[in-house]
Design a protein. Structure first.
Length: 471
């Protein structure tokens, strides 16, 4: 057989091309906020026969501040954070934690009421061999996933919501879609992923703190997004408005402000909607389900149900087997019937104990009028990718988790992570809350979404990334 020997430069190029092909998301990858389909669904996880009291730590790396969830693709972990006055994207070997490349740029962090959580809130998206990030002040960057080379970088809006940019970008049909700007110039904008050229812009309302999702109606792809005033759907191809609905804000505390983050009211929206088929599920101060259909060239929307019984503040809905699981603004896990919206059960996020903080949050109790030691001033929304920065500042039992947390569909079990740094496993049941395990996974508050891949668990805490494994 004839051997083909490549010169060194060709071998390097070939290696990059091979990696570029490899970064197409596989079943156990987590390429963006809330996973491959933005539905918090994990594939390939096998619950242990007996839940351990602790996991095995493989590595831990200090990366800086931020509540942005990393992205996991092709054995590489992409981490977006703030350190030494810079916003930094790192590519790590997921198995070892070794840094493979790093890109950084000078940037002011979050200031004002959010200064205690100055790092990024928005999570990176990895697609087509590229990594896209959005900084706290709206700097959007597209990097080569293999090398970290800057392909394009834009700072077109120079404005942001009152509690800074939290919405995570998405990639659809060769477009990178992001919510950018502030009250005066907010927009949903689509850039060509390859060139960075702007393809369309919708400017009907300022951004909220949730992340957009894709909903397909008989082949027509829509971008559904929370804005300051409304819930909207625009055509993914051209940005034209298809549908809008006035929506109550999720909870008191900081609407998008004006240019440079000034101004702002006392309401915000921070939960990412869930999509099942052609139905949209939204949790917030008002919970609802909306079904989309197509008649000829017209797309229609019909509200199936709505209620306000268990308002959610930061935790996005998880829809599984006809059930909606959530975490309320009062730190209770709850379950709704997805067809009717009926509340089936609710339970404190862990076993209640006399004189202890809100279960599941591991917070020291705060005196009347005070707040949790790791919380920003009252009214500052809680932090997380696709959600505003920092734990909730409003008072509630135990000093205030404010309903912050993430819930994953891991097949036979649900896995939840609250700011209390404990992974909570419970049954996906319509009958009631049954906890299976509670495992400590960090030494500082955990606001970023966890990543579960096979037997690996990746956690971003206040300033570090930790790789745990089930053994």
């Amino acid at each position: 057989m004839k051997k083909i020997i490549l010169p060194p430069h060709a071998a390097r190029i070939t290696g990059v091309l091979l990696f570029t092909l490899a970064v197409t998301a596989t079943a156990q990858d987590w390429p963006q906020w809330r996973g491959p389909n933005r539905d918090a669904r994990v594939t390939g996880f096998q619950p242990p026969a007996a839940w351990p009291k602790a996991l095995t730590q493989k590595w831990k790396l200090t990366v800086g501040e931020g509540v942005s969830t990393p992205a996991l693709v092709g054995g590489r972990l992409y981490v977006f954070s703030r350190q030494d006055g810079q916003e930094i994207t790192r590519c790590l070997d997921a198995a070892t934690g070794k840094e493979l490349w790093k890109d950084s740029y000078e940037s002011l962090g979050a200031t004002g009421p959010s200064q205690g959580f100055s790092g990024p809130r928005s999570s990176p998206v990895v697609a087509a061999g590229k990594v896209v990030t959005v900084g706290v002040r709206g700097m959007i960057s597209c990097l080569a996933a293999a090398t970290g080379k800057v392909l394009w970088r834009k700072d077109d809006f120079k404005a942001w919501p009152n509690f800074f940019v939290a919405s995570s970008p998405l990639v659809v049909d060769g477009l990178c879609v992001a919510q950018l700007g502030g009250r005066d110039n907010g927009a949903i904008v689509a850039y060509d992923l390859e060139s960075g050229a702007e393809r369309w812009r919708w400017t009907g309302s300022a951004p909220a703190y949730a992340s957009p999702v894709v909903l397909t109606v008989d082949g027509v792809k829509l971008i559904v997004a929370q804005t300051e005033a409304r819930l909207v759907a625009v055509n993914a191809a051209d940005g034209k408005l298809v549908w809008e609905s006035e929506a109550p804000a999720e909870a008191p505390g900081g609407a998008p402000g004006g240019r440079g983050g000034r101004g702002g009211g006392r309401d915000y929206k921070a939960t990412t909607p869930a999509v099942v088929g052609q139905t949209l599920f939204v949790l917030g101060r008002g919970n609802k389900a909306v079904e989309f259909t197509k008649a000829g060239n017209e797309i229609r929307a019909r509200e199936l149900w709505s209620n306000t019984e268990k308002p959610a503040q930061f935790a996005s809905p998880l829809v599984k087997d006809g059930l909606i699981f959530g975490l309320s603004a009062t730190d209770e896990f709850f379950c709704l019937d997805a067809q009717t919206g009926q509340l089936l059960w609710s339970a404190a996020a862990g076993p209640a104990r006399e004189g202890q903080p809100a279960p599941g949050l591991a917070r020291a109790a705060a005196p009347e009028g005070a707040q949790a030691p790791d919380a920003p001033p009252p009214g500052v929304p809680g932090g997380g990718p696709g959600g505003p920065g920092g734990p909730g500042g409003g008072r509630m039992r135990g000093g205030g988790g404010g309903g912050y947390g993430s819930i994953l569909d891991a097949g036979a079990v649900l896995l939840a992570l609250t700011p209390g740094s404990e992974l909570i496993a419970f049954e996906p049941s319509r009958q009631g809350f049954k906890e299976l395990a509670r495992i400590k996974v960090a030494e500082s508050p955990t606001h970023a979404h966890p990543i579960v891949s096979g037997k690996s668990l990746f956690i971003k805490d206040r300033d570090s990334v930790v790789h745990w494994v089930w053994e």
